[in-house]
Design a protein around this ligand. Structure first.
Ligand code: F6R
Length: 263
């Protein structure tokens, strides 16, 4: 696991965009794992600016609210089309998203797992962290071995996401379909992007605290190829900042990214 601290959120987003840009160039038929949420909005705007060739790229999104039709403006299906898919040349059949309006949710979850396997697994999975410590919608006590399934959202998550529902906490669906922690850990590479001071405490718990299902994001400590890219606000409660800076300055793998002024 490597932590990179960027001077602000713009640099953090630009760095993640650049990593994705290079991965897609190196492997045009890459399988991307994608996330939604406020943190990803500017990142997707940057990817749209790059205008890469997505004609062979496949995508799998982490999660979706249960009970929303895909065309609902609050669905993650809608979010992804609004922020990314409508602006790039991705093939519709290569977009894989959980359907929260499916009649048989368990079957939808099983099918999703099968589709990931059929695609050869996820090459690089993008993650954000929720204030509850979730990755995807894996709320506290999600098993590290969990697979795609239904999950009830915590009050913390409902509050966090209410802003996407006009500030109305009661409008946020209480359940979601989500990739499991175990599913996420099988991706070949993880990138966790975290910005903003409100994530500082939970980020420190996830990165430097004990691994525990109470903080699902702490499971990334188990992953052999995980990059955690954060801005200074989100990094405020990290203890080993000096070491993270030294790693970024000295590790040859980061050399091509030093111009981003992160550390
Ligand atoms: C969304 C997802 C969530 C978000 C997390 C952070 O697909 O997987 O884990 O990444 O809730 O959301 P924001 O960025 O809105 O703070």
């Amino acid at each position: 696991m490597e932590v990179v601290i960027c001077p602000n959120s713009e640099r953090a987003e630009a760095l993640v965009a650049e990593i994705l840009f290079k991965r897609i160039q190196a492997k045009p038929d890459i399988v991307l794992g994608l996330a939604t949420g406020r943190t990803m909005e500017k990142l997707y705007a940057k990817l749209v600016e790059y205008q890469l060739n997505y004609s062979e790229v496949s995508t799998f999104n982490l999660d979706e609210y249960i009970g929303l039709e895909r065309i609902d403006p609050h669905s993650y299906w809608h979010y992804m089309h609004q922020h990314l898919f409508n602006h790039i040349n991705i093939e519709i059949e290569n977009i894989h998203m959980l359907d929260g309006s499916a009649k048989d949710l368990k079957q939808a979850a099983r099918d999703f797992e099968w589709e990931i396997k059929a695609a050869g697994g996820i090459d690089i999975q993008l993650l954000g962290i929720g204030r509850s410590g979730h990755i995807g919608f894996n709320e506290p006590l999600s098993s590290f071995a969990s697979r795609t399934r239904e999950k009830t959202l915590t009050k913390t998550t409902l509050e966090q996401n209410a802003s996407m529902f006009g500030g109305n906490l009661h409008a946020v669906p209480k359940r979601a379909l989500t990739m499991g922690v175990g599913t996420i850990l099988e991706a070949r590479e993880l990138i966790l992007l975290v910005t903003g001071h409100e994530k500082a405490e939970i980020l420190a718990n996830a990165v430097e605290g004990p691994m525990s299902s109470v903080v699902s994001a702490s499971a990334v400590q188990l992953h052999p190829n995980c990059k955690i890219i954060v801005d200074r606000d989100a990094a405020k409660q990290l203890e080993n900042v000096e070491y993270y800076q030294s790693m970024f300055e000295n590790d040859p793998d980061w050399e091509e990214y030093r111009a981003f002024g992160c550390a």
